[in-house]
Design a protein around this ligand. Structure first.
Ligand code: ZN
Length: 185
């Protein structure tokens, strides 16, 4: 960051009074520019014994399969955001949303939240960020073409939980190049 978003003057890195880390602070109007982690919200949409996946039309990981997910917008709940992303990417409406999986990814300052939910009437389409979308059984899932570790892990856990019909919420942290399970519900 070089310039203040409020007055356009130069910013410098300083530890504000009472704070414990460096922030970009405007050298003119003294506005402190905080940056905080971003929340990615997504769905695990289920219809009968199948899960809805989207093939990405955009980078990163274009041509790989993912669950519908994206950055949370201002003014919405995490569940609303996850449902919105499912509409935008797969033209599916969802209901009975249950929080299922949280991933902390501190090294890139992101948090992922996935909701388990029903895909209403099994209806879906293809949104502008997807090349194609489809419902997959466990055996049909293209496991070698999954876009992100968080999606792979969420799918694996879902199919492991399903026979017992118990879906505890799990939280874990992802570190560069490794998986570290912090806590299981
Ligand atoms: Zn300023």
């Amino acid at each position: 960051m070089k310039f203040c978003t409020s007055c356009g003057s130069e910013v410098g890195k300083q530890v504000p009074e009472g704070d414990d880390r460096e922030r970009f602070v405007c050298l003119s109007c003294e506005l402190i520019h905080y940056t905080n982690p971003r929340v990615i919200v997504g769905c695990l949409p289920i219809f009968e014994d199948k899960v809805l996946l989207c093939k990405r039309a955009i980078e990163p990981r274009k041509n790989y399969w993912t669950l519908p997910a994206g950055f949370m917008e201002n003014g919405e709940t995490t569940a609303d955001g996850a449902a919105r992303e499912t509409w935008e990417e797969a033209r599916g409406r969802v209901s009975n949303m249950e929080l299922y999986r949280i991933f902390d990814v501190p090294y890139i300052s992101q948090v992922y939240m996935f909701y388990r939910c029903d895909l209403d009437r099994g209806e879906f389409g293809v949104g502008p960020e997807s090349l194609e979308t489809d419902l997959y059984t466990e055996a049909e899932i293209p496991w070698d073409e999954i876009a992100f570790p968080v999606v792979y892990e969420t799918l694996r856990e879902y199919f492991a939980d399903r026979p017992g019909n118990r879906y505890p919420v799990r939280v874990s942290a992802i570190e560069p190049g490794s998986w570290r399970k912090r806590k299981s519900g």
